[in-house]
Structure formats: structure tokens, C-alpha cells
Design a protein around this ligand. Structure first.
Ligand code: GDP
Ligand code: PGA
Ligand code: MN
Ligand code: MN
Length: 612
């Protein structure tokens, strides 16, 4: 089928940006949609799109009294998570993608995907979404434009990004932007009945770091389709950050106020589904401490004129793991969701039009599960997919910090790395210095979760929680982190840098239960971190870093046995010794490019552990 000469709506472009117009025309010609819609981000547009999605069966409107202006979505059972096997960094030179990424030559990937995109929007609407990651009034606003044939993506992008007319206006005629092309890869033939969640078995999530382009095909799941998030703000932005001397990281940002009214900003990198959203919205259990939220997934960190590292959250919404979210664990998320204006994907639906998931108290007698089937507590299956998600405006978060819209960001005092480990890794330790902290990040390990397709519960190295998101060679990424340790312009004052810590909320006892209660009680760990920054908390020097003495953790009012506290803080050299060959093998993957200082850190650790 040849492309129609003009596609309705194509000429109704509310912009005269030449490069944008050229690209939109090219894509329309290639993908041959029935019509083109330029998204304005208005309430009326949201109304129209959600009505259409309800009509199509993709969304179910929730009970307005429970969750106003909110919707329930179920994906195809095969389209539930990020697809790391199908994610590619298409640098010109294969060596630039490094050993941790899938690679294909850009010309080859473009040839292959061009054939997939040819006619792929047939029978559908092509939406053009101008968006901005981070505040629009930034010195250099970070623009993108996503083209998609999914109205679910448009609705979700409206929650997750600043988008629409105001962005197009700010772009003018010559702003740089990241073109991000998305198609679900499910063309509709005339008369063909659509399905509720169209997608393709063939999936590609491709990134072209040199030309700063994103091409995604075949999946509607958020992490694969909301291209401002992982694809732009982490994979492409990490390349920009390397080139320009900043950091694009998989980190939450929180504001912590001590009882003495001292303010600290903390960033924390944990792999997907390992506690970022919960920590970002934490309700402290210790008196006098206050947490406010700045971001729950991504931090862009640049040096300020004062030589400190300032973090901005580029996102506008929360795309959080639903199961486990409850009034007890994360009341601020519940308060955010109760205001509505949200999309819930792959959770369960209650008979009175609300949502439910595992961890939300006693299960109701009857639900409709994430596969659309009747569910009762005896069903013997989960009602919600383990990677089911809520998508909700961050501005609804009752503890959003005032600094959220400040394009300058907030100066970070501490960086926490962490993962999900049943054994070995203590509740918290402090790095000896920046380089040791980079070593801790570079060797971060965690059990895999349902956030990505594949086996769950397998320990893997996930450097800085960025394994699926580093847009270039991992060794160059480590070198960039080491370089950042020299401060602003490589000649700053390293004492102004954040101190680095490593946490593990997930250590278990011999009987399999979590040793540490987690959630709001993690405020006790934040308190120790602050007291370390202030030089007044006790720690013991262990082979792996500084670990709190049992007395140094405030356990006032906490129901935790002395034995469990000792166990959760324990550093056992015998448990650590098997990590050494694993780290050696991990580092060897990077060949000669691995910064020598990281080998030196490993050698020093071996010496401290008494390993040959
Ligand atoms: P994110 O994907 O990194 O943002 O992780 P989330 O904050 O969404 O948490 C992922 C899962 O881990 C959810 O099921 C949470 O309930 C659970 N979780 C988060 N924090 C803790 C904690 O401190 N302890 C325990 N045991 N589970 C936690
Ligand atoms: P998460 O975000 O880190 O909150 O799980 C989504 C993801 O990383 O896939
Ligand atoms: Mn994430
Ligand atoms: Mn999260």
C-alpha cells in the first residue's frame, strides 16, 4: 500500500519548527496512519482520549467516589515489563556500547526497523507529543517529541511529563529535541476488530546515542513505550551527561529535615522494584524527622557554581510498583492515588469499581484479576501482576517538596546505593571515600525482580542500579563517576561531594523473614546517615566500610530483638569471600577499559578480608 498524499491532521501542525515538521511528515509517510493528532495536553484532550480508550476496552473507568478521573488497564499478558533482551544501544562503533548492552549497527537497526514501521500505524491515529524532561524554565530545557500510535501512551505521557502546547511554544522554531518514535506494531486492516491491548510479538527498544534518537516498536508497557522515561532520561541522557560532565542516574531524590531543622537532600539508586518509590515518600517513625519527596526514579545531577552536586527530577509523575503499596507501608502514595487522575495497569478491580493488589490488607471476597478473570482468595494465584503499576501525577503527592519545580535542583549531601540481597550485605555501611563509593556502586548486586521480563530472584551485578540504562560502555561510565569525584570542572573541592552509603533493606533470617522492618523504619537509617554527615554517629570500621554499632541505630520504640539487630548489621568475612571471585569476573568483563582504581579497590578489599 502506498502512502496517502496527505494524512488528515498532518497539515494542522501548531508549529513551524522545520526539523520537527520534516520528521513528523517522514514518519507519517512511513507508518501511514489514518490521521495525525498534535497533542496539546489540555483537559479536553485527556477527556477525549480516555473516553476513546474506554470505548475501545483498553481502559475501564473507576468509581468516581473511590478514584476520581482514574482508570484500570490490563495489558496483553505478554506485555508486562521492560524487555532487556530486546533493548539495544546502537552506537556507530560496537565497542562504544560496551559489554553490558545489546548492540546492532545503527544503519542495520534502522533498515530493519524501517521495514517494521512501514504501514505499522495503518488504521490508527498517529499522535505527536511535544514534551520536556525537567522544568520548562530550565536554562537549557530538555525537549523531546514522541510520536506514537497508542492513546494509552499519550494519556500516560500527560501524567509522566510536562507536555503539549506550552512545550511546543517554548521550543520555538529551532530548539534541539530528542525524536522518540513509538509504534505498538499492530496495524488494523479495514473492518478488522481491534483488541483491548494491541501490541506485537516482535519488540525492539532501540537507542542511537550519537544522533540522540529513540525507536521503540511492539510494546505498550510503560518502561518500553513512555520514551521520556528510561529511554531518554537515562539511556540517552547518560550519554549527554558523559559528554557534558554531569550524571543521569536511576535515583530517587528526597529532602530530609532533622529535629534541629537542618535540611539534607539525599539521592538513592536501587534497582527496579527495590524500594526507591517507597523511600522517596517515606513517613518517618522517629519523632521530629521529616521527609519530603522530590523524585522517585530518576535524578539528573550537575555541579552548581558552589561546587556542590545539584539534583533535578526530570519527571512529572510517579510510575510505581503497585503490590506492597498500602496505608501501612506507603501512606503518602495512597494519599496521592486517592486524589485520582491516575492510570492503574495490571492490578485487580474490585466489584465496587476500585483497585486492589497484594499487600493492600485483607483481600475482598471477589475481584476481577489482571487477566480479566474472576478471582477469590482461594484462587491460588496473584490477583495483580507483580510488576503492576500506578501512574499518577507527582504534584498530587502531599509531601512534595517546594523545590520540586526549581530548575537549579537541590544540593545532594548523601548518595545511597542499595539492592535486594537475602544475605551478606548489612543494613547500611558508609564508603571510605568517593572512589570506594564508586566501587560499591560499580559492584552493586541485587536479586532480579518482575520489573524486567526474565527470571526473578537471581543475584546479578547492577552497577549504580543502571545495568539496563547505561547508554554507553560501562567502563567509561565508571571512569566518568571517578572523574566526577574530582569536583566541578575536574578541579573542584572533593569535600563538597555527597558521601556515599550502601543499604540493604532485604536481608533475611535463617527462617526466611526480613530481619529489618523497612518502610517508615528506614528513617532510622537516614538518621544514622545524617549523624555521620555531621560527624557524630558511631561506626565500626569493617573490611567493607563503616558499619553502625548497634547502639548507633536509634531503635527507640522499635520492636526489634537485639539478636536481629546484630544480625542485620553483621559483616561476616566468610560470607564476603565468595563475592571476590564474582566481582573479579564482573570487572574482567570490562577488559582494559576498567579504571585501574577499581581493581585497586578490589585488591584493598581482598587484603582487608585476608583473601589471597
Ligand atoms: P522501586 O521500583 O525501586 O521504586 O521500588 P518500590 O518502592 O516500588 O518497592 C518495590 C517493592 O519493594 C514493593 O513491593 C515494596 O512494597 C517493597 N519494598 C519497598 N521498600 C521496602 C522495605 O523497606 N522493606 C521491604 N521488605 N520491602 C520494601
Ligand atoms: P522502578 O521503575 O525503578 O520504579 O521499578 C520502573 C523500572 O525501572 O522499570
Ligand atoms: Mn526505575
Ligand atoms: Mn519506583
Amino acid at each position: 500500500m502506498s502512502a496517502p498524499a496527505t494524512v488528515p491532521g498532518l497539515d494542522r501542525a501548531p508549529t513551524s519548527h522545520p526539523r520537527l515538521l520534516r520528521w513528523v511528515h517522514e514518519v507519517a509517510e512511513l507508518t501511514t496512519p489514518d490521521r495525525v493528532v498534535w497533542c496539546d495536553g489540555s483537559d479536553a484532550e485527556w477527556q477525549r482520549l480516555t473516553d476513546e480508550l474506554v470505548e475501545a476496552g483498553t481502559l475501564v473507568r473507576l468509581n468516581d467516589e473511590k478514584k476520581p478521573n482514574s482508570f484500570w488497564a490490563r495489558t496483553d499478558p505478554s506485555d508486562v515489563a521492560r524487555v532487556e533482551e530486546r533493548t539495544f544501544i546502537c552506537s556507530v562503533d560496537e565497542a562504544d556500547a560496551g559489554p553490558t548492552n545489546n548492540w546492532m549497527a545503527p544503519a542495520e537497526m534502522k533498515r530493519l526497523m524501517t521495514e517494521l514501521y512501514r504501514g505499522s500505524m495503518r488504521g490508527r491515529t498517529m499522535y505527536v507529543i511535544p514534551f520536556c524532561m525537567g522544568p520548562l524554565n530550565a536554562a537549557n530545557p530538555m525537549f523531546g517529541v514522541e510520536i506514537t500510535d497508542s492513546a494509552y501512551v499519550v494519556a500516560s505521557m500527560r501524567i509522566m511529563t510536562r507536555m503539549g502546547t506550552k512545550v511546543l511554544e517554548a521550543m520555538g522554531d529551532d530548539a534541539e529535541f530528542v525524536p522518540a518514535l513509538h509504534s505498538i506494531g499492530a496495524p488494523l486492516e479495514p473492518g478488522q476488530q481491534d483488541v483491548a491491548w494491541p501490541c506485537s510479538e516482535t519488540k525492539y527498544i532501540s537507542h542511537f546515542p550519537e544522533t540522540r534518537e529513540i525507536w521503540s516498536y511492539g510494546s505498550g508497557y510503560g518502561g518500553n513505550s513512555l520514551l521520556g522515561k528510561k529511554c531518554y532520561s537515562l539511556r540517552i541522557a547518560s550519554v549527554m551527561a558523559r559528554d557534558e560532565g554531569w550524571l543521569a542516574e536511576h535515583m530517587l531524590i528526597l529532602k530530609l529535615t532533622s529535629p534541629e531543622q537542618k535540611v539534607y537532600y539525599v539521592a538513592a539508586a536501587f534497582p527496579s522494584a527495590c524500594g526507591k518509590t517507597n523511600l522517596a515518600m517515606l513517613e518517618p517513625t522517629i519523632p521530629g524527622w521529616k521527609v519530603e519527596t522530590l523524585g522517585d526514579d530518576i535524578a539528573w545531577m550537575r555541579f552548581g557554581d558552589d561546587g556542590r552536586l545539584y539534583a533535578v527530577n526530570p519527571e512529572y509523575g510517579l510510575f510505581g510498583v503497585a503490590p506492597g503499596t498500602d496505608w501501612k507501608t506507603n501512606p503518602n502514595a495512597m494519599r496521592t492515588l486517592d486524589q485520582g487522575n491516575s492510570v492503574f495497569t495490571n492490578v485487580a478491580l474490585t466489584d465496587d469499581g476500585d483497585i486492589w493488589w497484594e499487600g493492600m490488607g485483607e483481600p475482598p471476597a471477589h475481584l476481577t484479576d489482571w487477566k480479566g478473570r474472576d478471582w477469590t482468595p482461594d484462587s491460588g494465584e496473584l490477583s495483580s501482576h507483580p510488576n503492576s503499576r500506578f501512574c499518577t501525577p507527582i504534584t498530587q503527592c502531599p509531601i512534595l517538596a517546594d523545590e520540586y519545580e526549581d530548575p537549579k535542583g537541590v544540593p545532594i549531601s548523601a548518595i545511597l546505593f542499595g539492592g535486594r540481597r537475602k544475605t551478606t550485605i548489612p543494613l547500611v555501611s558508609e564508603a571510605r571515600d568517593w572512589t570506594h563509593g564508586v566501587y560499591l556502586g560499580a559492584t552493586l548486586s541485587s536479586e532480579t525482580t518482575a520489573a524486567a521480563v526474565g527470571q526473578v530472584g537471581v543475584v546479578r551485578r547492577d552497577p549504580m542500579a543502571m545495568l539496563p540504562f547505561i547508554g554507553y560502555h560501562g567502563a567509561d561510565y565508571f571512569a566518568h563517576w571517578i572523574e566526577m569525584g574530582k569536583g566541578k570542572d575536574g578541579a573542584g573541592d572533593p569535600s563538597l561531594l555527597p558521601k556515599i552509603f550502601y543499604v540493604n533493606w532485604f536481608r533475611r533470617g535463617d527462617d526466611g523473614r526480613f530481619l529489618w522492618p523497612g518502610f517508615g523504619e528506614n528513617s532510622r537509617v537516614l538518621k544514622w546517615v545524617v549523624e555521620r554527615l555531621e560527624g557524630r554517629a558511631e561506626a565500626v570500621e569493617t573490611p567493607i566500610g563503616y558499619v553502625p554499632t548497634p547502639d548507633a541505630i536509634d531503635t527507640d520504640g522499635l520492636d526489634l530483638s537485639a539478636a536481629d539487630l546484630a544480625e542485620v548489621l553483621r559483616v561476616d568475612p566468610e560470607e564476603w569471600k565468595p563475592e571476590i571471585p564474582q566481582v573479579t569476573e564482573w570487572f574482567a568483563k570490562f577488559g582494559d577499559k576498567l579504571p585501574g582504581v577499581l581493581w585497586a579497590e578490589l585488591d584493598a578489599l581482598k587484603a582487608r578480608l585476608g583473601v589471597e
